[in-house]
Write a protein that binds this ligand. Structure first.
Ligand SMILES: CC(C)(COP(=O)(O)OP(=O)(O)OC[C@H]1O[C@@H](n2cnc3c(N)ncnc32)[C@H](O)[C@@H]1OP(=O)(O)O)[C@@H](O)C(=O)NCCC(=O)NCCS
Length: 180
């Protein structure tokens, strides 16, 4: 089926820690739509806790794409704690330049899939970062999503299960700025 929506018409807005009360529900709504059936999973139901955790970081950075007033996609993260980066235990020696941005979450409403929106919000989030590296976690059971990140220049450096009830994730790393 032809896509009837286009990423070109979306407006991308940037938000920070102090905007959290204003954007919190939009993030929860887009996440619930994007994860669809997977919302039966108790780990996914804890998303509001994660929003508050990440949004509580003083350097929280978030990008939301809007179709008019409707939020359709978001990407967010925050600088990693030095020496506790998700890649740290997997790379020996560590990269010389190691200041890292943790790209925590990306979600696109189902009706906006395959429109370039995921790449648009991700690149918008990462475009003005001054860290050397960006790291993210992707469920190992979602190889197509992993392939998407690889197409943007990420490579897998290891596996990680951050919580006992979370999936096992592939740890994916890229240099900043991302290659075009
Ligand atoms: C990941 C995402 C942002 C990518 O959006 P997109 O660029 O429009 O690309 P698609 O939705 O076509 O996804 C790319 C591929 O990953 C697959 N995929 C996407 N989300 C998936 C999920 N949660 N589980 C399993 N596979 C998934 C798609 O089926 C697609 O496979 P295909 O290339 O064989 O058709 C979007 O699919 C999404 O919001 N997914 C749910 C949330 C999620 O998984 N976020 C990533 C966390 S690391």
């Amino acid at each position: 089926m032809e896509s009837t929506v286009s990423a070109a018409g979306l407006v991308v807005r940037r938000f920070s820690h102090r905007d959290l009360p204003q954007i919190r529900q939009a993030l929860i709504d887009v996440h619930a739509d994007a994860y669809g059936d997977a919302m039966d999973d108790e780990f996914n139901q804890r998303f509001p806790w994660f929003v508050d955790h990440w949004g509580g970081h003083p350097e929280f950075a978030c990008v939301i794409a809007y179709d008019g007033d409707e939020p359709v996609a978001f990407a967010y993260g925050a600088p990693a704690n030095p020496d506790r980066e998700w890649w740290r235990e997997h790379l020996e020696p560590a990269p010389e330049k190691d200041r890292t941005f943790s790209f925590s979450e990306l979600a696109v409403r189902t009706t906006w899939r395959k429109t370039g929106t995921a790449e648009r919000v991700s690149r918008a989030l990462l475009a003005d970062r001054d860290e050397d590296l960006v790291v993210l976690l992707v469920d190992r059971e979602h190889p197509r999503v992993q392939a998407l990140y690889e197409s943007w220049g990420f490579r897998k450096v290891g596996d990680r299960r951050p919580f006992p009830d979370s999936p096992v994730y592939a740890v994916m790393l890229a240099g900043l700025p991302l290659a075009a």
